[in-house]
Design a protein around this ligand. Sequence first.
Ligand code: GLN
Length: 544
Amino acid sequence: MSERGETKYIFVTGGVVSALGKGISSASIGLLLQKRGLNVQNIKLDPYLNVDPGTMNPFQHGEVFVLDDGSETDLDLGHYERFLDQSLSKDNNVTTGQIYNTIISRERRGDYLGATVQVIPHVTEEIKNRIKRLKNKDPRPDVIIAEIGGTVGDIESLPFLEAIRQIGLEEGPQNTMFLHLTLVPYITSAGEFKTKPTQHSVKSLREIGIQPNMLLCRSAKPISDDLRKKISLFCSVPVRSVIVAQDVSTIYQVPLGYHAQEVDQIVCEHFNLNLPEPDLEEWENMVGKIINPVRRIKIGICGKYVGLKDAYKSIIEAFIHAGVASDAEVNLIWVSSEDIKHNGADKFLYDVDGLLIPGGFGERGVEGKIEAIHYVRENNIPFLGICLGMQCAVIEYARNACGLEDAHSYEFYRDLKHPVIHLMADQEGVTELGGTMRLGAYPCIVEENSRTFEAYKTAEISERHRHRYEFNNVYREMLTRNGLFLAGLSPDKRLVEIIEVPTHPWFVGVQFHPELKSHPTKPHPLFRDFVRAAVIYNSKKKNR
Ligand code: GLN
């Protein structure tokens, strides 16, 4: 037991509708408690039956957030890592699929000794174990914040709600707190807010045996104190704990809004913790810079899933962080790679200050990406290629700078004359899709006279990966002879991790995903320098 006593549990549930921002709320409360000196572990419990989101279509699920340990997790883990500046592990994301996987293997081994295996107690016990085992993390957490995916009332999330109810009973009210995120809609035609959905959502929670201690009320406009009193009365939550979570211009304002309403103070009082006020100065400065940028630049993003921004969540956030370092607002111009293929790059990219090609899978849109890269390479527009984006840059260079007209990736065509990107050796014979890519953090050695070294200011870096294909070493000699710079290799020199075009102002392609390790107060060095290069390009363009 630490001097702060037993580990405390905060459970975050959501009501009325999904997508209210439980992840950001959980991360914000985590940040405030961390800034008060507590060790915090966030965990996301996802009710779906997939073992992890790695096999899900990003259109449905949004981005897959890869951790250092190689686990493929929900994008909320990205919020936790970004807000708390932590590196999380597979233990911080649990899915129903994982729970059932464990239970069914146990049952097949005969571990249940003839018992009938049931949702209660077997599934709920396993859920409780997964939450409680976070207590063994180093440093030992003072607070575990468990976010339950889905919305109260969903069939799938019932076992999770039952499990947290039981933890409440076992650990006692002094060690557990239930927070409920809800929506207070404003009905324009009636000109008033409606509290009924919140009342119903809390009623559903109570039917399960959970009485929330705090309500976080999402709303588009400010909510009056009278309305808060009404919600308090109907939902049996002290009025001080009816928090207004009004729409904000940046998610990084959320912790500040909560702190202004004493959320962290209420939590500390609930747990009987006497702690100093959090120091939020650095965070406030960062938010100030996001809200009041000195300049604006445009970065084109050319990808397959441009219709669903959640598919590129970490990239969007990494640009916000990088913008802070250059006092710039980065306006992202989403361009469908198929549009470029049909209408040409110039039509969409003529006024961008930089181009980013993100990671991706599958052949659709690849020719458009290659064309976009060709356009920015020729026109000296800053470029950052991530994973598939780097692979496309290699293909473009092979075709247009080395004369290998039919260069392509083995991912898309098997019968190729010049497979400049090919299958990684350890991927041969892999047939299962789930969790079988090259995943997680790997070291890389950066060449000193490179843009990348300029950014990181160190030769030894570690970044997260998620891919099956790689730069084909057969073409190393040919491509470097024609001016491509292999700026980063794996320590055994067998894998090309970073490419650059030294004759270009800023042209970098990386096989890894730098966006996964960017923090609001610590922008990722590559995103930071890419945005800086785009700012320079923009000011030169204006002076022309
Ligand atoms: N599809 C490519 C590969 O598997 C790139 C993957 C990615 O961009 N994450 O290698």
